[in-house]
Design a protein around this ligand. Structure first.
Ligand SMILES: [Zn+2]
Ligand SMILES: [Zn+2]
Length: 201
């Protein structure tokens, strides 16, 4: 593996030993936002070869449940992203064995670091699609953490005209500005209504 991001879920497992209802029972690794270089391929893999740089989709869908059949394999009822978090080794490792169809070759122009961001970036793209962001849209992003910042980039790439990012921490808003937010707003103060009126955009 080349680069692996640390998700909030990883930190919860490290520091609290649990993630939502999921309590860690056995030793496990962390990391699911990852890029790597192919070391070896199974005989049925035709789209990749050793040496290819790849990003991975974390998961191990069954291919047969209603969700998988409908193409929503990220929601697979049998073996989805979250159940993966318990019994499987994770990506912070020298080697990670993964299904070929969930490994995607990175273009020349995409670095290993960027490759590791593909999973969280897909969250941002999904959010923008659900919000129907298109050319000229005005967008509000609540929270300038990694996912919020990626939503900012995705919304911009989809043509959003005006993007406002809010957060409770000023240093995060600085990053949002550097990354192209048109407006930022520090929230969490005593008078949210007043804050909201101050930015009708
Ligand atoms: Zn994550
Ligand atoms: Zn399934």
């Amino acid at each position: 593996m080349s680069r692996v991001g640390l998700c909030g879920s990883d930190l919860a497992m490290v520091y609290r030993g649990m993630l939502g209802d999921l309590v860690i029972q056995t030793p496990m690794g962390i990391g699911h936002e990852a890029s790597g270089v192919v070391a070896k391929c199974g005989s049925a893999v035709t789209h990749l070869k050793p040496g290819d740089r790849v990003t991975i989709e974390p998961g191990n869908c069954c291919g047969n449940c209603d969700f998988c059949k409908a193409g929503h394999y990220n929601n697979c009822v049998k073996d989805n992203f979250y159940t993966m978090s318990m019994p499987y080794p994770r990506c912070i490792a020298h080697y990670f064995k993964h299904r070929g169809d969930l490994c995607h070759k990175l273009p020349e122009t995409v670095s290993q670091e960027e490759g590791a961001l593909m999973e969280p970036f897909s969250v941002a793209i999904h959010a923008c699609r659900r919000s129907k962001v298109t050319a000229g849209t005005t967008v509000l992003v609540c929270g300038a953490g990694p996912i919020g910042l990626l939503c900012l980039l995705a919304a911009r790439a989809m043509g959003a005209k005006s993007i406002l990012v809010t957060d409770v921490r000023p240093e995060r808003l600085e990053t949002a500005s550097k990354m192209g937010a048109d407006f930022t707003m520090l929230v969490g103060g005593a008078d949210p209504q007043k804050e909201a009126k101050g930015s009708r955009r």
